[in-house]
Every structure is written in structure tokens, then in C-alpha cells.
Design a protein around this ligand. Structure first.
Ligand SMILES: Nc1ncnc2c1ncn2[C@@H]1O[C@H](COP(=O)(O)OP(=O)(O)OP(=O)(O)O)[C@@H](O)[C@H]1O
Ligand SMILES: [Mg+2]
Length: 227
């Protein structure tokens, strides 16, 4: 097994058969012990957070697979906190695609002159560059095209897939009376250049609320997976 990259919350290895292995760590992004899915550094470590994030990821990726949505997921080992995936080529040095149902976080920081905290948004899609040094800047379709990061077609596919996947997650949460406010996804090209969902889907990359109260990542896993 060869280490390819050490991320903030996961480490990435290459397996002998060419597939990749994601090892989920107990680190969460945030600042000074407070979790923030949009943060660019590790802010806190909680025992069991890795396994918890993987459990939710496995749960959501299996639902997506049953709906015929392309993802990198192959299988997972909860005990070890590892997930086997298909290797993907990311766009440029990586993009994050955000889908928003209510205005919170960086949306309010940017558009607070016009937007009210918590106001409904209609599955609004935004793309940011994975560039910690520049604080993950927002990028437009024209710039993505001009800089050779995405073709117009790829942009359209990415946006459509994002809305489709986010709506699936939103409906899943709604079954437990939980409301999805926003979610952050990653995509890459797998197999024969097919665009597929990669990385993870857990409490670590979404904001979910119940009765108007924000739910922490570990709590979210418990609420979703308990019967
Ligand atoms: N199927 C895949 N193929 C290739 N890379 C992947 C795949 N799934 C996830 N990744 C990458 O593995 C890394 C996972 O680590 P983690 O989420 O901790 O990284 P990060 O800290 O968010 O970002 P980065 O390491 O890029 O700064 C990410 O860079 C993600 O893009
Ligand atoms: Mg990540």
C-alpha cells in the first residue's frame, strides 16, 4: 500500500490492484475546537469521528448507487475506518461543489448585504477551487472554461449531478425530520472519463438542522442510522 496524499481528515493510499483506499481520521475541520465544514484546517479531534463519518458515507453512497448515480465507492471496512474506491482524476487541482437550500456560512459572509441568515435558496450551486492558500475562492463557469479546468459540458453535468445528489441526501434527512441547509461535494473522472462523485458524504461536509437547531456531525450519524 502506497501513501499518495495526507489530507486534513483522510489519508489516501494506492492499493496493489490500482484502486485507492481512504483512511478516515478522527480529525474534523474547524477553528479552536469548533466544527466548521467550510474551514480549511483541522479544528478538533474527536475519538470515533472517522468511523462515524465513514458509516454515513457508506450509507449515502449505497443509496446513490441504487439510484444509478455514478460514484467512486467500492466497499468499506468500518472497524478499520477505511473505504476502497476507484481512482479518480480531479478537475484542475480539485473543486468543491456546494449546493445550498438555506443561506448560512460563506453565503451570508459574502452576500449579507442582501441575504438574510437562514433564508430559503433553491438548490443554488456554487463551485470553489480547492486552494487552501487562497481560501478556496469561488469560481464562475466562464473562468472554469477559460482556465481549462472544465468544459461547458462538464460544467453542466457537474451542476446537474450536484442538484440530483443533494436532493437525494435532502430527502433522506427529511425522513428523520432533519433539514439540509447546505452540502459540499467533490467530483472526478473515473474509468473511461465518466464524471463521478468522489470523496465522502458525512456530517463533515454538510449543515443539517433539526427543529431549527444545528446538528453536529457525530450526532447526525446517530440520528440518521438509528432505526
Ligand atoms: N476516488 C478518489 N480518487 C482520487 N482522489 C480522491 C478520491 N476520493 C477522494 N480523493 C481525495 O482524497 C483527499 C481526501 O482527504 P481529505 O478530505 O482529508 O482532504 P482535504 O484536506 O479535504 O483536501 P486536500 O488534501 O486536497 O487539501 C482529497 O484531496 C480528495 O480530493
Ligand atoms: Mg476533504
Amino acid at each position: 500500500m502506497k501513501l499518495i496524499a495526507k489530507g486534513k481528515t483522510k489519508d489516501l493510499y494506492e492499493l496493489e490492484d490500482g484502486n485507492y483506499l481512504l483512511k478516515f481520521k478522527d480529525d474534523l475541520t474547524g477553528e479552536d475546537g469548533v466544527f466548521d465544514p467550510g474551514a480549511n484546517k483541522v479544528g478538533l479531534t474527536i475519538e470515533g469521528a472517522g468511523r462515524s463519518g465513514l458509516k454515513l458515507t457508506k450509507y449515502f453512497f449505497e443509496i446513490l448507487k441504487n439510484k444509478g448515480i455514478p460514484t467512486h465507492y467500492i466497499d468499506s471496512n468500518i472497524e478499520e475506518a477505511t473505504m476502497t474506491v476507484k481512482p479518480a482524476k480531479v478537475f484542475g487541482n480539485g473543486l468543491e461543489v456546494i449546493c445550498r437550500y438555506r443561506a448560512v456560512g460563506s453565503f451570508i459572509r459574502r452576500y449579507g448585504m442582501y441575504a438574510k441568515e437562514g433564508q430559503p435558496l433553491d438548490a443554488y450551486v456554487e463551485i470553489t477551487l480547492k486552494d487552501d492558500e487562497r481560501n478556496d475562492p469561488l469560481i464562475t463557469e466562464d473562468a472554469l472554461h477559460m482556465l481549462g479546468i472544465l468544459t461547458r459540458d462538464e460544467y453542466r453535468i457537474l451542476k446537474e449531478l450536484t442538484i440530483k445528489i443533494s436532493n437525494v441526501i435532502k430527502e433522506e434527512l427529511a425522513k428523520k425530520a432533519i433539514e439540509l441547509y447546505d452540502i459540499k461535494l467533490e467530483f472526478g473522472r473515473i474509468d473511461n472519463n465518466q464524471i463521478a462523485l468522489i470523496d465522502e458524504i458525512s456530517g463533515g461536509n454538510m449543515r443539517a438542522y433539526k427543529d431549527g437547531k444545528y446538528i453536529e456531525p457525530l450526532e447526525l450519524e446517530k440520528l440518521i442510522l438509528e432505526d
